[in-house]
Design a protein around this ligand. Sequence first.
Ligand code: ACO
Length: 423
Amino acid sequence: MTKEKIKVVLDGKERELPVIESTIGNPSIDIRKLGKYNYFTYDPGFTSTSACTSKITYVDGNKGELLYRGYPIEQLAEKCDYLDVSYLLMHGELPDQAQKTVYLKSIASHSLLHDQLNNIFGGFRRDAHPMAVMVGVVGSMSAFYFDNMDINDPNHRQISAQRLIAKIPTIAAWSYTYNLGLPFVYPKNEYDFGTNFLHMLFSRPYKDYEPNPIISKAFEKILILHADHEQNASTSTVRLVGSTGANPYACIAAGIASLWGPAHGGANEATLRMLTEIKDESRIKQYINRAKDKDDEFRLMGFGHRVYRNQDPRAIIMKETCHEVLDELGLNDDPIFKLAMKLEKIALEDEYFIEKKLYPNVDFYSGIVMRAIGIPFSMFTAVFALARTAGWVAHWNEMMMSDESKIGRPRQVYKGKTKRDIK
Ligand code: ACO
């Protein structure tokens, strides 16, 4: 849908570049033909580059708006469960009752792991980080589920996507129980998606996990808020790996690896570790000063976002949820929570954070909620990964369906030596 053209002057010659309009949001200049004129564009970090067209998620960083398939995140978090949202991301519409029944049945039937996968867990050190185990186990799924792995067959893609959504909670929970040296807890189909994960994480052979509706609702919200966020680093990783024709399990394993970094999904764990390190309100100023110091690499974890230059709408929902959970569990006097609220207040009143439009992001609060629920720090990013799987598979599927997809292969500005001979 080209509306207008942009004129650029290259080597004294005027060239016209088409503009691709979005349904909402900025248009993009189509620079695909620039190479023909012997020019590339330079944009490390892709701050101004659209790598694809997509119909899945829209983020307006200035307004602080997030839509999945057009629906505002606030409505989805209130009215839907995670599996509704995962269906929406993949199929474009929320499921009706009949579609939901079939979908739930399929997810439930895929939640177990092939028994041989237990041996793969056994190959890891007991103290391995759950994300390291997840990268390995999810990658190895292609060695188990290759029966329906033809990436050009839409039906195979559906099966792989549902297998991933269904099995990742089991893999994530087992990555942690393996750490503890405890037996694996099998999924129970009577639970909703999120509660089932909490059951696999917290049930012990001598005592079943007792679900609490407020905790279950809060956990579903965490999953919904983290389910997708358009072309973030891990989703772009999944698309890049998928663009080579790699199988879906390899793509999602790469997405998990990308998410692990503290600048991305690792931020919730890093935030809680930072709060634990700050320890006392009297030390907040010292850490804020460190975050502002150009010569210090320290950043205030859980603050800032590449796209949001306003409040992260997910953070607003998570903050409310945080209060509900702490009220329910009687944890309002929890020192870490009080410290977090104080830190948030001081940072939001500080000129540096105001001027740079640095607000708390969703992970500032999600870490506090997860800590209150009893989820260990090392599992925070694993929870993010299991939530984001819905977005990853939806983007992978969209890319596989697109006529415009081609292998991702950026160019570079070469700054090395010019041609020379060995003497
Ligand atoms: N603490 C202190 N200063 C910060 C912070 C922070 N958390 N975030 C950004 N800044 C500063 C930068 O130093 C930079 O200053 P400058 O203009 O003087 O050089 C300015 O704000 C802009 O920051 P950029 O690094 O250009 O922003 P970018 O978009 O590249 O980074 C990011 C975004 C990675 C999220 C960054 O804000 C950050 O590291 N935050 C902490 C980690 C975090 O919470 N990540 C979670 C992201 S949300 C998610 O994945 C769900």
